[in-house]
Write a protein that binds this ligand. Sequence first.
Ligand code: NAD
Length: 289
Amino acid sequence: MTAKLIDGKEIARRVREEVTREVADFIAGGGRAPGLATVLIGEDPASEVYVRNKRRACVSAGMRDFHRRLPAESTQRNVEDVLDELAADSEVSGILLQLPVPGHLDAEALVARIPREKDVDGLTVENAGLLAQSRPGLRPCTPAGVMRLLDEYEVPLAGAEVVVVGRSVLVGRPMAQLLLARNATVTMCHSRTRELAQVVGRADVVIVAAGVPGLIGGDAVRADAVVVDVGIHRTADGLRGDVRFDEVAETASLVTPVPGGVGPMTIAMLLRNTLEAARWQQDPVLVSA
Ligand code: NAD
């Protein structure tokens, strides 16, 4: 293996430690303890695990946990009422609606009930617009986590050719915007891209968030490229990503493993966003900026 591993577990641990320290300082300085409200609808087992981990991480960073568990058959109105109540509660700094929600609910309309200053997932139209204009706002956790990994490993971004595979609202699009804000030359690929391997082959940095197991192999990646795999797939052999790790590790200079790469960063950045949200809410000048 020629590639060096990007140790997401270690960086995430460091971010969580930083946030824990900053939360303690914030409270010591007269701030109210930041609080995260997680909203889980229904009984999807994967979502239950994600929410449980987020709640634990929040408590261990010294933040308050305001969890709301709603039955799968909740109506749009029921969920909107809960979100409105959390939005109005000054003890709640951040609101996270766990996605996906059951099919009969309109997820976009629900996310729209979250005020932008409590939108710790960075998914509201307002926060997406602020990001598109490079203005301050809460950024989606997974792409923000990828940026932190690239910075920790001092990957040069200004002027670099970066290819993002995937254009979802959750990962691909905000990822591209964050990279653009750092002066990368960004190419976005998606399910209709022709000659995917050729486009990926140009990149100094490749970020793969396609949700297709093993989509990108060693043949597509330039020697010495940096490869970040956002994909997560549960297989009989454990967790796997969108990148064929064994092949890419033979050519790339830096690569994220799955598990232990991008995954742990998402929760760490959620904690950072919750603290940021609490700071903004207690400093109205920043909120109106
Ligand atoms: P999504 O399904 O919403 O979007 C996938 C995107 O990939 C689409 O834009 C689509 O056009 C593109 N795509 C699909 N097939 C392609 C192909 N053959 N070639 C090129 N592009 C293709 O998925 P998402 O929510 O963005 O998630 C992507 C992956 O990242 C999933 O595996 C998901 O589980 C994982 N994920 C991980 C984390 C984390 O914390 N590590 C967070 C979010 C998502």
